[in-house]
Structure formats: C-alpha cells, structure tokens
Design a protein around this ligand. Structure first.
Ligand SMILES: CC(C)(COP(=O)(O)OP(=O)(O)OC[C@H]1O[C@@H](n2cnc3c(N)ncnc32)[C@H](O)[C@@H]1OP(=O)(O)O)[C@@H](O)C(=O)NCCC(=O)NCCS
Length: 335
C-alpha cells in the first residue's frame, strides 16, 4: 500500500434552519451581537425525532453513491462523534445496518470537534495494519440535544450535521500526506457536558423509571464552556498543529491552496489565518451558514470546497480542528 485515496465525500443536514432572529425570540441576544462575536447567521437544528445517525446515514449514502461502489465493498465504518444516538450501540453500527454494509466492522471514536481528523489518523492505521481497505469515515454531531437553550453564551454557537468521506488503500495514489494530533486533559473543565455519563448519570428514583433529559443534580447534560479560554487555546493549538503537520511532509503554508479550519467562530478562523499569513482566498469559511457542527465541520467544509470547485485535483489542502478534551489536530491532503 502506497497511500490513502479519497474516493468521495457526502453531507447530511437537518432541514430546520434556526436564524439569529429566531434566537432573539428565545434568549436576550441580538443578530448584531452574534454576528460581531461569531460570524454565525444561521444553523441547522435536528427535529425532536432526528438524531446523529440520521445525518450520518444521509452523508454516507451520498458518499457511496458518488463513488459508485457497492455497499459490500466497505470493510469498516468509523464515526467520530461526541453526541451518539445511544451510549450503546455505536452510531457506526446504526449506519452499517441502514446501508447494508454487511462486510464492514463498525465503531465510534470521540475527540469532540477534532474527531474527523483523529478519524483520518485512525483510518490510516487500519489500512496500514491490513485491517481494512475501504473505509467510510463520518464526522457527525447533534449538539442541539445537549444545549441549554436558555444559556445565551452557548446556544447561539452550535448546529447539527454530518459529513462522510469514503477512503481506500491505494498502490498508486496518496491523498493523505501527514497528520498531527494533540490533547491536553488538564483543560477538561473548560469545555464539557457534565451530566448524562457514568460519573453523573441521569437520576433514577426508587420505583420510577428514568425520565430522559432529567437533570442530575448540579451536573446537567448540557454543554458547559468557558468561552474566552477556549478561544485563546483554539487559536494557539490550531496554528501550532497546522505548522507541525506541514513540517511532517516538508511543506509550508505558502504551498497551500486552501486551509479548512474547524468552523466554530469567524474570529477564531481569522486569527489562525493571520498567524499563518494566509489571505482570505486561501481560507475556507462556512460557519456563517451552519454554526459549529463539531466533528462534522471540517469534512462538510471539504465537501463544499470540492463540490464548489474551490479545490481541484492536485491542490494541497490542510484541515485543522480543535475541541473539548482538549483535543486538536491537522491533516495535510494532496487532493
Ligand atoms: C462565546 C464567545 C462568542 C463569547 O464572546 P466573548 O467576547 O468572549 O464574550 P463574553 O463571554 O466575555 O461576554 C461578553 C458579554 O456578552 C454577553 N453575552 C454572552 N452571550 C451573549 C449573546 N448570545 N448575546 C448577547 N450577549 C451575550 C455576556 O453575558 C457578557 O456580558 P457582561 O459583559 O454584561 O457580563 C467567544 O468567547 C467564543 O467564541 N469562544 C470560543 C467558543 C467556541 O468556539 N467553542 C467551541 C470550541 S470547539
């Protein structure tokens, strides 16, 4: 095996659009505040009946159809998500069932918003070990279900969605030139979902069944975030990761056709671009439309850049991301 080929990408999004004007009616905020501090104008939000696997299945279906390969060809499904439908089974197994990927093994991995890039490193390992040849890698999250819709500091930031990439071990092509990953567990307190896991599970009363969404004491199952600390770390870590991955493959930011940063906030993206000395035409932005879709952002942005003709075969592209954990990562692609 020489390298990894990207066969196709695909996207799955909820239909519901939530605008800043809608949010003005829900919490004390304004279109002006949200736009100035984040750049976000709209985001897609799951309905009560939708969950992460629904968007994952739609994204995967599109990627499979664009690649024109039979479902039996896929031998692994990896879903990067921190908001699975259930604690068990994995979203990956739900995707496998829905699409009839009967020869695939399937599992989820969790690296919050950096999940897709961690997934690329994981797929690289699966292929080089001989465990899999054709892999469906999905980045998907439904953070709206873990958002406190009365907290204006967080509820304006996030959106839901999924992106998929179909990857294949190749003897001729190598689209994945380098990956750099990092984590710092000493910052677990500044971005997390405190309740709903095994540390602070949903409460159970003696003779009554659980109530979904019931709050566990002071540990609600909603996103907690210290925005300013996250902002500083995001800029620093993404810029460092971008540089490290480029160095690993002997490139510099001058060689890039496009930087695809995690889409959390326009000001974070602008600050990273400035550090990397990249002009506007070399940095992809779609956070205005979707908000922060966590593990889905970089792969959906890659899909839009490719479908829109911004990225062409042979272009050097770098994905960078940052998220809870803290986690961060960068991947250099030769498209
Ligand atoms: C969240 C974020 C936009 C807040 O911007 P900020 O400039 O740091 O603003 P602050 O949190 O200091 O809040 C400033 C004021 O705006 C208020 N405010 C917060 N959210 C608001 C909103 N949606 N509408 C109006 N006012 C708001 C605050 O209450 C505060 O008011 P005060 O000065 O009266 O106390 C910014 O910190 C950020 O983007 N951080 C990174 C978040 C992120 O990307 N997370 C995911 C990483 S993967």
């Amino acid at each position: 095996m020489t390298g990894i080929k990207f066969l196709s990408t695909g996207v799955g999004l909820p239909e519901n659009v939530l605008t800043n004007a809608d949010l003005e009616k829900m919490v004390e905020t304004s279109d002006q505040w949200i736009t100035e501090r984040t750049g976000i104008k709209t985001r897609r939000i799951a309905s009560d009946k939708q969950a992460t696997s629904d968007f994952s299945i739609a994204a995967a279906r599109q990627a499979l159809s664009r690649a024109g390969i039979a479902p039996e060809t896929v031998d692994a499904v990896v879903v990067a998500t921190c908001t699975p439908d259930h604690l068990m089974p994995s979203v990956a197994c739900l995707v496998q069932r829905a699409l009839g990927l009967k020869n695939a093994f399937a599992f989820d991995l969790e690296a919050a918003c950096s999940g897709f890039i961690f997934g690329l490193a994981c797929v690289n390992g699966l292929m080089r070990s001989g465990a899999a040849k054709t892999v469906l890698l999905i980045g998907a999250d439904t953070l709206s279900k873990f958002t406190d819709w009365t907290d204006r500091g967080t509820c304006v930031l996030f959106g839901d969605g999924a992106g998929a990439a179909l990857l294949q071990a190749s003897d001729r092509d190598d689209n994945l030139l380098a990956v750099h990953l990092g984590s710092d567990g000493s910052f677990t307190d500044i971005l997390n979902i405190p309740g709903g896991g095994s540390r602070h599970p949903l409460q159970r009363s003696k003779n009554a069944p659980f109530t979904t969404g019931e709050v566990a004491g002071n540990f609600p199952p909603y996103i907690h975030m210290e925005g300013k600390e996250i902002f500083k770390n995001a800029v620093l870590r993404m810029a460092e990761a971008a540089d490290s991955a480029l160095k690993k493959c002997g490139k510099t930011s001058d060689d890039l056709r496009l930087l695809i940063p995690h889409q959390a906030n326009l000001r974070i993206i602008d600050a990273v671009a400035k550090r990397m000395k990249l002009g506007d035409d070399k940095v992809f932005r779609n956070v205005q439309k979707y908000g922060n879709m966590s593990a889905a952002t970089t792969v959906i942005a890659l899909d839009e850049a490719v479908q829109g003709g911004v990225v062409k075969r042979g272009d050097l592209v770098e994905l960078i991301a940052f998220g809870g954990g803290l986690t961060w990562g960068a991947a250099v692609l030769r498209w």
